[in-house]
Write a new protein. Sequence first.
Length: 660
Amino acid sequence: MTFHLRLLSRFRLLTPDDGEVIVKSKKLQLLIAVLSLADGKPVSRTELVALLWSDRAEDQARNSLRQALTTLRQLTGSSDAPLFEIDADWVTLDPRNMVSDIQQLLKPDVIPAKGWCVPTGEFLEGLQMRDDAIETWLRDQRAWVHERKIELLTQSLERYIGADDFVSALVQARHILSIEPANEWAHKMAMLGLALTGDRTAALQQFQQCKESLQAHFDIAPEPGTLELFDKIAKNDATLASFLPARVAGQHHQPNDVSVPEDRPSIAVMPFTVLSDHSDQQHFTDALTKSITSALARFKDLLVIASFSTFTYKDSAPSLTQVRRELGVRYIVEGSVQFAGDQLRVTAQLIDTQTQGHVWTERYQRSIDDIFQVQDDVTERIVGSIANSYGGRVRTAWNAASTDKRTPHYQAFDFFQRGLNCLEAFDSVRSTEAIENFNKALEIDPTYAKPMAKLSWVYLLGAIEGWASDYEASFEMGWEAAQKAMKLDPTEAWSHWAMAGCLFYQGEQERGMTALEKAHQLNPNDADILFDLGYYQGLCGDHEHALDNALKALRLNPHYPLWYLMELVQIYFDARRYEDATATYRRIAENRLPAVALFAGASYAALGQFEQASDALAEALALDPASSIERWTDRKMLPYRLAEDLSHFADNLRLAGLPE
């Protein structure tokens, strides 16, 4: 007697007699899904607790797991064979007694039998949780399911072509296109299938669909090979068979040469190598490679090659020149994983395929008590080090590289980066230059949401920091730019980030925090957003999470910009950690913001160090002679949610000697 589990689309659990087990709890649905994905392998209680109850103390989390397992036993009732095997440390789901629609996807070395259909639907469709660990896990599993479907459909398509069954191959190509409308290879196979079955008109129409999809999704034209195929079909050329995939005939597939894009940084994460022969370790290494790829893909101004393409090199050692030519990328991430007892060491490096020089390298050593947490941690550290707009090694190398091919898109990206560099100086003169550069980027590409979002921040800071002569006018321009950024691209995390800043300074902290959390959800590996999330959590009185997120952002982006430290002074002060606030203040060599000096002065006063407090206030007054308690405790300047936090700042400014 077998239960049937549906994970692709909305969660459903069917009993052996075709009844349905109603599982209302999202945590229970996730628990079943995690155990099913293990495909009969034991899952440690530690892993389950870390994923599903990461926000609870360990004893409480383990008790929640025990209750969940008890509930599952009650829901599934008695059967001829137990669904779960549970002991003190492990939980196992027997796949023979609970068949899931995802099981075939879990067997990477098995090509599905003829006639098997790839299931449709997103993994756990519609399931969302306000929990970073769970949302990250769901995002990664959904990305993996997507890629695995494409992989299986591709295998099936090639097998049909190899058997000269072009009708079935065409069905598989269309299935791929229903999942990835801009998959150029699938369009080519559909064109071939139609042409070889005698429908030249439909084949030519398929090319038009291909052209429109590539333009809509990537703003690119079809590659030369696709154009050549179109030309041969149009001329009714008899040599179409030369376009069939070479690997169908058992030959090594030679990809077409692909030009490296010049409009933005392009990057591929090559399969990490495992320095041992254990299959379970290889599974972790492959998962880590895909996790890094998925995380990088969230930075929308990077062109990231899908892991489906990079994994074709898994069992080979291609040269940098070959990878550059075949994948069309400027940078690659490569690395290795080594296990030693309960320790794991990951080495990663970023390489420029043009100069063949090493841009960055790092080594991470972790205990493997919680392998999921290790994967997330290492992914965050690698992505944070190389991808952030401020301090990320990819953009640093890209900006330093010279090129003679200044395409319009490249110029827009270049002006955007120049604007960021100007804004990082945090003064009125450079803020004007930042506005000019962001506007130039938008003149070239009016659909580019990121410079519009950052333009909003410049105007907002102009109002708050006094760079603009008219607070209301500058704020209004910031608000308008934030709204435009949202209209340009509501899936761009920076659009929500800009909207959040404006909402906070309008006094709408709850809506502002929702927008900021959405920005973080869209790109949880963007350290800049994570740090500001911490800053605004501090303004809302959530000082514990504020510090956690701010310090995590510092770890994720070790080459962080100056404004991280400026905001950290306030975060420490608000958390009543005055010594940390003053120590951070002393690390800032060039302070151009009066608010930072004021928070330092208030921290010194709270410590009873009045001479240092006086010096800090003198610096603040030199930067802003109009500084006063009334001015700087106005919620238009510091939008604290709690009156007690605002009073805490005012009382210590008064103690330090700032005029009322």
